[in-house]
Design a binder for this molecule. Structure first.
Ligand code: WQD
Length: 337
């Protein structure tokens, strides 16, 4: 039973390949290496002892997608990560995001619909909720008008998958991630942001290692306990394990409907200052930061109601914020040697 992981050399994709191999799945990873490196394959092999099959495929190239599926007709499940994911960049270059995130999904689904039956896991995001009315956020929270083209591609992706479910044999689970952070405890794989990191935790670790002069904290006048914005930071290994459990749910035909949705978070919100304090504790380093103005498009707070993932999916985050920050710091130190 072969499982395709698109974006399989990316941050969450590579960690998911490791967990799939740990469960004995035969994995083929595809990636166009636009936001990842081929060396990640060696990192995966150093962890699991097995290098996954790999093909350099750009899912925006319809004929390349067709050729891939004719070469690998025995794919039973797909976990689809491949997409552009920088919120700010999507505002500056919307068409890059619509072409990459939507066309790729359409070409992929056009091949999958030819199969008698296939299990499909879609990488979605809590971004679809915008600023939710109440916390913690359940899967029934209303979808708000997207605050960025990136967020809109996730909403459109969910709608496309819902529409095709009615007329194909594709069974899908949409996983809405909160904030993935951290790295594999082995420090063999982790996050490899290109250029200046947009996300909080890689910016923190790059500041601590001396790559960045100081962290800017975007806003301290939010209506929260300490004035800084609140997020649900989930360890990438916990997140990866959830993907395997979701895939097994579909492969074992345990799904109740053809499209199921799960929030993946810890259920706990942490403010930016709380993350900084936790990082200083695990790294034993004082972090250089300054408070600046709010960042355009940021929500005040977002953290997950995890009841459905816990009770229906049978998954629960096990690692703490400190575990995640400690693994991120270990990874940063490893790659800067
Ligand atoms: C977290 C908090 C910032 C950087 C984004 C995407 C989301 C998902 C995760 C893909 C916020 C603050 C950040 C910095 C800061 N990506 N911050 N200084 O924006 O919650 O979510 O990444 O799926 O879709 O929207 O994550 O890490 O950018 O920010 O103060 O240098 O840290 O204001 O409050 P975000 P983030």
């Amino acid at each position: 039973m072969k499982i395709l992981v698109t974006g399989g050399l990316g941050f969450i994709g590579s960690h998911t390949v490791v967990e799939l191999q740990n469960k004995g799945f035969d994995v083929i990873a595809i990636d166009n290496l636009s936001n990842s490196s081929i060396g990640v394959l060696d990192g995966i092999e150093r962890i699991t002892g097995k290098k996954p099959l790999f093909e350099n495929v750009d899912l925006r190239d319809k004929s390349a997608v067709q050729i891939f599926f004719s070469k690998y007709p025995d794919i039973s499940g797909v976990i689809h990560f491949a997409a552009s994911k920088a919120v700010g960049e999507s505002v500056e270059n919307p068409l890059l995001y619509y072409e990459n995130n939507i066309n790729s999904l359409v070409y992929l689904l056009q091949e999958l619909q030819k199969k008698p039956e296939v299990s499909f896991i879609f990488s979605s995001s809590c971004t679809v909720y915008g600023q939710a009315e109440s916390m913690p956020i359940t899967e029934n929270a209303p979808i708000q008008v997207a605050m960025s083209p990136y967020g809109n591609t996730k909403q459109i992706g969910e709608e496309i998958i819902t529409d095709i479910a009615k007329v194909t044999n594709i069974n899908s689970i949409l996983l809405r991630y909160f904030n993935p952070i951290g790295a594999h405890p082995s420090a063999e794989i982790g996050e490899l942001p290109i250029g200046v990191p947009q996300n909080l935790v890689p910016f923190i670790t790059q500041t601590a290692i001396g790559l960045r002069e100081k962290l800017s904290v975007f806003g301290s006048d939010y209506p929260t306990s300490d004035g800084t914005a609140i997020r649900d930071y989930i360890h990438v290994v916990d997140l990866a394990k959830a993907h395997v459990i979701a895939l097994q749910r579909l492969l074992n035909k345990q799904n109740i409907t053809k499209v199921e949705i799960f929030n993946l978070g810890t259920g706990t919100g942490s403010s930016v200052l709380e993350v900084i304090t936790a990082f200083e504790k695990v790294s034993q380093k004082k972090l250089n930061y300054q408070i600046v103005g709010r960042r355009e498009g940021d929500v005040i707070e977002a953290y997950a109601n995890t009841d459905k993932a816990n009770n229906v999916l049978g998954w629960k985050a096990e690692l703490s914020l400190e575990d995640a920050l400690s693994s991120a710091w270990k990874w940063e130190q490893k790659i800067r040697i």
